[in-house]
Write a protein that binds this ligand. Structure first.
Ligand code: UDP
Ligand code: MG
Length: 344
């Protein structure tokens, strides 16, 4: 799909007003990532330091049950710039991202997975895009061969369906891995909904966007957290959050079926008039009965999907609950201060 095609004027104007020394916030949701978190720090830190900018890590511990929080707390204690937000339980990645964005102090945020499936080197290219005036610079997976065929084809179907039904353009094969400017963060924070389908929300808020292609490697270590049932519900959340077409389509379906029924009634009447009465038709009756009860249940189910989400929104529960915040070092300016954590 086409990303937002920005008017060049806005991009140019932003380009001239970018702060020279921005604070970069890395937003990292983590859930049971003890196997990979050290690799992650080793891989991202040199990249951030090479930019010569001040940066902070914002880890969101999404209710991990392993040593993830311990490892991060130690790293922060040893001088890693940033902090760890401990959620009170597992709220899911979308909620964790919301928590992270709420806590961002930077002029821009980079959202990145902890499992190194989002290559940290790309951050450099994303920063270039931001300097060039783009408010959103998102990674696009050109090669999904690390995903199973099943995941790739269902994901492809989802993007096609979503973009056709919802009135926003969500770039296909773009994940959450992206850089967003302060302006975009502020726009996201203003969205009141509890159902945080982030990819959709990113697309919904708009702003000049640029894509950077990358190959998605397999997980460095640990295991993926999403199974097909979760993904299916995730897809439903996405669709119901951004389009009401599944609700409205029954109007046309109903009209079409009513018209067909009327035509069939006319045909039956004429047949009786011309050829008299006969009594066959158990099979056709049965088929019609099953067909229409199926359609009715389906449409009620569809309404149920929306009602259940309305219910979720109406309760007004918070998206996440923080149980603790562990502060690390203040944002590190690599130009002036030496690396603190090394050698501890
Ligand atoms: N994650 C999370 N909460 C969850 C599931 C996942 O914070 O309930 C984090 C996870 O630690 C990782 C990122 O979200 O940093 C992506 O998770 P995963 O690699 O399992 O997803 P996939 O790569 O399969 O999309
Ligand atoms: Mg992953």
């Amino acid at each position: 799909m086409q990303p937002n095609k920005p008017s060049q004027i806005y991009v140019d104007r932003r380009k001239t007003s970018r702060p020279a020394a921005p604070l970069v916030s890395l937003v990292v949701p983590v859930y049971n990532e003890e196997a990979v978190i050290d690799h992650f720090l080793e891989a991202t830190r040199p990249v951030l330091e090479s930019t010569g900018l001040a940066f902070e890590y914002i880890f969101i511990d999404d209710g991990s049950r392993d040593r993830t929080a311990d490892i991060l707390a130690t790293a922060l204690e040893n001088g890693l710039p940033g902090r760890l937000l401990g959620l009170s339980r597992n709220f899911g990645k979308e909620a964790a991202l919301s928590a992270g964005l709420d806590a961002v102090r930077g002029d821009l945020a980079i959202i990145i997975d902890a499992d190194l499936q989002d290559p940290p080197e790309l951050i450099i290219g994303m920063m270039d895009g931001w300097r060039a005036g783009y408010d959103v610079v998102y990674g696009v997976r050109v090669d999904r061969s690390s995903d199973t065929l099943m995941k790739r084809s269902t994901a492809g179907m989802f993007y096609r369906l979503f973009n056709r039904l919802a009135n926003i353009d969500m770039p296909a094969n773009a994940g959450d891995f992206r850089l967003i400017d302060r302006a975009v963060i502020d726009a996201l924070l203003k969205l009141p909904e509890r159902n945080r389908f982030m990819k959709g929300l990113f697309a919904w808020v708009g702003f000049p966007a640029m894509a950077v292609p990358y190959e998605r490697p397999p997980r460095k270590a640990g295991t993926g957290k999403f199974n097909y049932w979760k993904l299916w519900n995730f897809a439903l959340d996405g669709l119901t959050g951004f389009t009401t077409l599944p609700l409205r389509v029954w109007f046309y379906g109903g009209a079409l079926i009513a018209f067909a029924a009327f035509a069939y009634a006319l045909y039956l009447t004429l047949r009786v008039l011309f050829y008299g009465v006969d009594w066959p038709g158990y099979a056709s009756l049965m088929v019609a009965l099953l067909f229409f009860s199926g359609i009715q249940l389906l449409s009620i189910g569809m309404i149920g999907e929306y009602v259940s989400r309305l219910f979720g929104e109406a309760k007004q529960r918070p998206v996440y609950i923080l149980q603790d915040v562990i502060e690390g070092a203040p944002p590190l300016d690599a130009k002036t201060s030496p690396t603190v954590a090394d050698g501890e």
